[in-house]
Design a protein around this ligand. Structure first.
Ligand code: 5CA
Length: 445
């Protein structure tokens, strides 16, 4: 993409309404625009990152054996009356009626709708286990929408639902989700720690939230610092192997890590003092096992291998896709702007032409652009007639991990400059080597 043809409405001033750095940077980098309280338009660069995050979520869910589908945003109130949550959900639910006077709602989550689909089409244990998921907009009429996409009213969420014949099989689904989430967040360049949590209006006993440690997080968390040393890395996982998944879950759930709702001071005190930490965290996902709560209420049964009708065991599993943009920026920025992890960056590499209109510099930039594109990478070429300082400031603000700077002086010596946004380190290289280096970095992702 050439910046002269793109739509990147960068703000020079800090927007007054933004209280936290991720919100400020998303507005300044022209990623979002508030449409009304807690509801945002996703401008092209914000939309690109949102889609990158969504793609990682899809890839990892499919890898775990979960099946993508799509349910609507608008739901009939009748299903929610069956589960008993139409009244329970309270003011957070946006309710409306259609021209026939039928009660409708904008879905805050989809347990009822998926259970209805399940009971309409599945009747035998032979069709289990089954995990269906979708990524769809949700609406919760939060009393205090704030911090931009972090606590929106309209937000983008992945929600998955497992249907299993019994507790053990459902717990494997729970474990499989935890493993796939650990992998997903790491691919986004994030450390998200699973912490024992409270199930709130979703219900159930077993639940973990995934938290990104950040001062601006809304949750208070307590943990053994040993857990922050764990990494998933590139280990291969067989998602059908119950023991292998459980072993990974045990690895992450053995060190103490809890949100304030389930914090147990006595247990926490058993952690060696030097490793006892408390801080704030951003909740970027939550997994639940709630047994037969919805299948009992809504009659989602299957015939088991003895010919008896039994309710299915269920769980639901969410990832805050739109919130993740804020969480990633909170975890990865400096005073100049965003620093995108390679896994989610909107463009792989920036190209800055220091002397637009200089034949040699223009030609070198065009050649770089063509070569990077031919390798399947997406560069953002700042081809505007602007001063170098302004171009650098924009690149730093929007946070592309790599920048190639091209100027007549370097070209005389046959080199361009390759700069790493995270470390600020630069090196002079012949253009082909700069391209090769950038390509190699992305090839390992
Ligand atoms: N049905 C379950 C699992 S699918 C569920 O709704 N879980 S949840 O309530 O925990 O939401 C899942 C994730 O969505 C949360 O972990 C959080 O990351 C994100 N989320 C929840 N509310 C908001 C909000 N108001 N704005 C942005 N993201 C949100």
């Amino acid at each position: 993409m050439r910046l002269s043809r793109y739509f990147l409405p960068v703000l020079k001033e800090n927007p007054a309404e933004a209280q936290i750095v991720s919100h400020r940077l998303m507005l300044r980098a022209g990623m979002i625009k508030q449409a009304s309280a807690g509801i945002y338009s996703w401008l092209p660069m914000g939309f690109k990152v949102l889609k990158n995050i969504e793609n990682i979520v899809h890839e990892e869910q499919i890898r775990a054996g979960h099946i993508p589908m799509l349910m609507p945003t608008l739901q009939s109130a009748d299903l929610w009356r069956e589960s008993g949550r139409y009244e329970d959900y309270g003011e957070e639910m946006l309710r409306m009626s259609d021209r026939h006077g039928r009660d409708m709602l904008y879905g805050p989550t989809n347990e009822e709708l998926i259970t209805d689909i399940f009971r309409s089409h599945v009747g035998s244990y032979k069709d289990l286990p089954l995990t269906l998921y979708h990524i769809q907009w949700k609406f919760r009429d939060e009393i205090r929408p704030r911090f931009g996409v972090m606590r929106g009213r309209e937000f983008y969420m992945k929600d998955g639902y497992n249907f299993d014949i019994d507790y053990d099989s459902a717990m494997h689904a729970y474990n499989r989700h935890m493993v796939s989430y650990l992998r997903s967040y790491e691919r986004m360049g994030l450390q998200a720690i699973p912490m024992r949590a409270d199930s709130g209006p979703i219900g159930g006993d077993d639940t973990h939230e995934f938290l990104v440690l950040a001062d601006t997080g809304e949750s208070e968390v307590f943990y053994d610092s040993a857990i922050t040393d764990l990494t998933f890395g590139d280990r291969a996982v067989d998602y059908d192997d119950w023991d292998a998944c459980k072993a990974i879950v045990d690895e992450w759930t053995t060190p103490y890590a809890r949100t304030d709702e389930t914090h147990d001071e006595a247990l926490f005190n058993e952690v060696p003092e030097a490793r006892r930490k408390s801080s704030r965290g951003i909740e970027v996902g939550q997994i639940f096992y709630f047994g037969t709560k919805y299948s009992d209420a809504m009659g989602a049964n299957v015939v088991n291998d003895k010919g008896e009708r039994v309710p299915v065991h269920m769980g639901s599993h969410g990832i805050g896709v739109s919130r993740l943009l804020g969480a990633i920026i909170e975890a990865s920025h400096d005073d100049k702007g965003i620093i995108w992890p390679e896994g989610v960056t909107p463009f792989h590499c920036g190209i800055v032409n220091l002397k637009q209109g200089d034949d040699e510099a223009d030609a070198a930039c065009e050649a770089l652009y063509a070569s990077l594109t031919a390798l399947g990478l997406e560069p953002l070429y700042d081809d505007r007639n602007e001063r170098a300082g302004g171009k650098f400031a924009t690149m730093d603000l929007i946070g592309l991990p790599w920048r190639i700077t091209v100027g007549p002086r370097g070209l005389k010596n046959g080199v361009v400059e390759l700069t790493c946004r995270r470390t600020g380190e630069s090196e002079e290289l012949p253009p082909e080597q700069a391209i090769e280096k950038v390509a190699k970095i992305y090839a390992t992702l």
